[in-house]
Ligand binder design. Sequence first.
Ligand code: PLP
Length: 390
Amino acid sequence: MRKEQYNFPLEDLISEDDFEKVKKFAKDKETPFLVIDLAKVGKMYDELIENMPFVKVYYAIKANPLDEVILTLKNKGSNFDAATVYEIDHLLRLGVQPERISYGNTIKKEKDVAYAYQKGVRLFVTDSESDLRKIAKNAPGSRVFFRLLTESDGADWPLSRKFGAHPDVVFELIILAQELGLEPYGLSFHVGSQQRDIGQWDNALSKCKYLFEAVALHGIKLKMINLGGGFPAKYLSPANELSTYAHEILRFIKEDFGDDHPEIIIEPGRSLVADAGIIVTEVIMISKKSKLNQYKWVYLDIGKFGGLIETLEECIKYPIYSERKGYEEEAILAGPTCDSMDILYEDHKYVFPDAMEEGERLYVFTTGAYTQSYCSVAFNGIPPLKAYVM
Ligand code: PLP
């Protein structure tokens, strides 16, 4: 089957000038590698603040923990969401003050809570009695926010089930936190990453309103709502503009809480860094499994283990670009390793120029988030994905 067009407009992703700069920068480097445009990270942060002036940003560094990315956002005034003591140490090493760090993982060892507290971190998330008691014992008097379970419907990369608790459990945790001498500070949720259904924030906010009112009857005034991540990056499946998210979410907040709403925190990862990254890869091999088979197989020098793990179940569909012009042919795309799960896209057929040859480069756009930080250490002896900043 042939198609005349790529299925995404390149100019939506990068200007001609910027693409020329990337290609020049990448020219003599051995593939595969990730190129991060730091200016774009700064721009994404500015755009976020412009669109959502009512929020305090805690960048989720798991999305891209490169020093240069963290420092760019630190200098812009961002706060940080850390998932582990390793991430906390990383942030402290880069000069981020502990008051700007939230320990945002509901799964914590007791000694890690103590370590974070000793380093000055005073803001913790929780979703269970066990974790809450660890915080009370090892981080006395700290601010705690409580994570609500959400459905993640509409998210390309769901985070459901594992994190958060139902409002009935959260209600009891809030009361217990007060009794244990902690400061019950607010509520959080994450509607799922790359959430394309903005209404999911509305559902979660209405649960927050219910809980704010329920605990107020017990004399506890919560002060904050953490809207999590879930904000969009530019992949193949279309999402609304950030301005639409911002407008709608503020409308939901005002509907439930009025103009005098609680402090609003967000923890964006993907939306701040994904669009700033391009992975440059090489076609290792093009083959056919049988003479009459309709589809070619295109094998790249990067796959699931090299940083494209979010292609699991084809959840995230990266825009992939070849410079060749001409007719295009649908192909199955796979990685280089000896594991047969290392197939990137089989159901969703990507289109490539039929004249594409082995040894050519492809550009995988929107790969600044959850790529390098996710890649394997040495599967098949392949080194971790290199990253360059420009
Ligand atoms: N906050 C928490 C607790 C998360 O687990 C994640 C992602 O896994 C994020 C924030 C970042 O979410 P996103 O990349 O969708 O912005």
